[in-house]
Design a protein around this ligand. Structure first.
Ligand code: OOG
Ligand code: NI
Length: 295
């Protein structure tokens, strides 16, 4: 059940983000992996609007139902976001990262625009779903919750918060999946060597705060591509190139207390867990104009 929901997310995401297939193909050509399904997916991420009936408390129920466990809270003051991450029921499943816009912290005008859309949602849609019905859940994760925005509203939101603009158009479309690099073959199993491979192959990396975002303990390293632009059709047919989704890469180093383990004995629980606010803050910018302009 969880498998089919995760697969459904990945299929749509691959269709929308050509970089996904291109990166997997480049890894196969380079001999890093034999097959695309050999990739370990560190985590997937969603963005939500923090309004009553929607937001984290609604979306998280889908994953809690399938055995995910809610972990730490992260707070992003400048970007006006909250987030939580969720540990999977079994180690071979990806972690989940869900963020939420603090709508109440925005200007009156931005709040008015957002609520004009989200007010169309009369009841928590997840509460009305049969969560055991994987087909219904899959459908829910890939359908809009409110009308297609106007370009004018999108642009007004973009000027104040790029995250809001992304969500008003993209809804719950998967924001990214994350290639775990630490279990790849030598020569590609650090973020530094993996990024060098990506750049050699022509992929463009997010440079906010440097290409490699590193946690203060030095054990969680993350990088991401710049989101690909998609041609979006707004209400009454107006079109604009806007940021779609991106691909992330993570290296989790072995914790000091397990440093003595031979490499073949190292499993997920021996490595740095969780997320890091300082890293995430910069990863969000993979869809921001500061990164996508010129791409
Ligand atoms: C999520 C950014 C944060 C991470 O792994 O820290 C993140 C987003 O862009 O929605 O993915
Ligand atoms: Ni991420």
């Amino acid at each position: 059940m969880l498998n089919s929901i995760l697969n459904g997310l990945m299929v749509r995401y691959r269709e929308r983000v050509p970089d996904v297939g291109a990166i997997l193909d480049a890894m196969i050509t380079e001999g890093i992996i034999q097959r695309a399904d050999a990739i370990e997916n560190d985590h997937i991420a969603f963005r939500t609007m923090g309004v009553e009936k929607l937001g984290i408390q609604s979306l998280e129920r889908v994953f809690l139902h399938y055995g995910y466990q809610k972990k730490e809270h992260l707070f992003f003051k400048e970007k006006k976001l909250d987030a939580y991450w969720y540990a999977p029921p079994e180690a071979h499943y990806p972690r989940i990262f869900i963020s939420e816009l603090r709508v109440g912290d925005l200007s009156a005008n931005a709040q008015r625009i957002i609520r004009s859309y989200t007010d169309e949602v009369k009841a928590d849609p997840v509460a009305e779903l049969d969560l055991n019905d994987a087909v219904a859940v899959d459908h829910y994760l890939h359908s809009g919750r409110w009308r297609t925005p106007t370009l004018e509203d999108y642009n007004a939101l973009l000027a104040e918060t790029e995250y809001a603009a992304w969500v008003i158009f993209n809804h719950y479309y998967l924001n990214h999946f994350t290639v775990s690099v630490h279990n790849l073959p030598a020569g590609f199993n650090t973020l530094e060597t993996f990024n060098a491979f990506l750049k050699r192959r022509g992929f463009k990396l997010n440079t906010a705060g440097g290409e490699i975002k590193k946690s203060p303990d030095g054990k969680l390293l993350q990088s991401a591509t710049v989101a690909e632009m998609i041609e979006a059709t707004f209400a009454n047919g107006e079109k604009k190139q806007i940021a779609g989704s991106y691909v992330e890469f993570a290296e989790r180093k072995v914790l000091d207390q397990f440093a003595h383990l031979p490499p073949e004995q190292v499993r997920r629980e021996h490595r740095r867990e969780g997320f890091e606010t300082g890293n995430a803050d910069k990863i969000f910018e993979s869809t921001y104009t500061s990164q996508t302009k010129g791409s």
